[in-house]
Design a protein. Structure first.
Length: 208
């Protein structure tokens, strides 16, 4: 550990928009869910805990998000690792909540839970939804996580899930009522399922 209180670093949200969207067939940030684009839904959720939202990657975004600052991925490094390296290197004094534009079921409540998991001895928080693996997006990376990311890259690794077993990386399980926030809506089938889930929630909360 660095001895620095990680929880004191201001939190910035990084919205990843650089995916190829092959399975969806169109830019995922522009796909509509419940009458709003995925990009808008995710940006609104993370704004509950982050004072600033930054676009990570070169993908298309809705007009309402076009004025946000944008960072290119680390050159020669694909996937979320390239976005994470670019974010932490550009703002090394900030903690980053990294989230994918296809996590359209993300909520302010899920983001508040995640932010509440920050602690002095935690340099990254990768939620665990199942025994099989962790979620490297809709996850928090403290400033002290940058050396871990650089080492992962230098070793030829590309999956942020590889960080899960390292000291200082926490993998708490989200409360059951929030777990759907980590769903990836990356094809027409998962989009249809998300629409059905939103409709059920709307029906359950409608006054009798």
């Amino acid at each position: 550990m660095t001895g620095i209180l990680n929880s004191r670093a201001p939190l910035v949200a990084g919205l990843l928009v650089g995916g190829a969207s092959r399975r969806m067939g169109r830019a995922k940030a522009l796909v509509e869910l419940g009458g709003r684009t995925l990009g808008e839904r995710v940006a609104a959720a993370v704004a509950a805990v982050a004072a600033e939202v930054v676009l990570l990657g070169a993908g298309a975004v809705p007009a309402s998000l076009a004025g946000l600052p944008r960072l290119a991925d680390r050159a020669g490094v694909g996937g979320p690792l390239g976005a994470a390296l670019a974010a932490l290197a550009a703002r090394p004094d900030r903690a980053w909540l990294l989230v994918a534009c296809d996590q359209g079921l993300a909520t302010a409540s899920a983001c508040r839970w995640l932010a509440g998991e920050r602690a002095e001895d935690r340099i990254a928080i990768l939620p665990r939804r199942s025994p099989a693996g962790v979620e490297p997006l809709l996850a928090i990376y403290e400033p002290a996580s940058l050396p871990l990311l650089e080492a992962l890259c230098a070793g030829g690794g590309r999956s942020l899930q590889a960080l899960a077993m390292l000291p200082g990386v926490a993998t708490p399980a989200p409360p059951p009522g929030l777990a759907s926030a980590w769903t990836s809506i990356d094809d027409p089938e998962t989009l249809a399922a998300a629409e059905r889930q939103l409709a059920r929630v709307k029906d359950e909360t409608r006054p009798a």
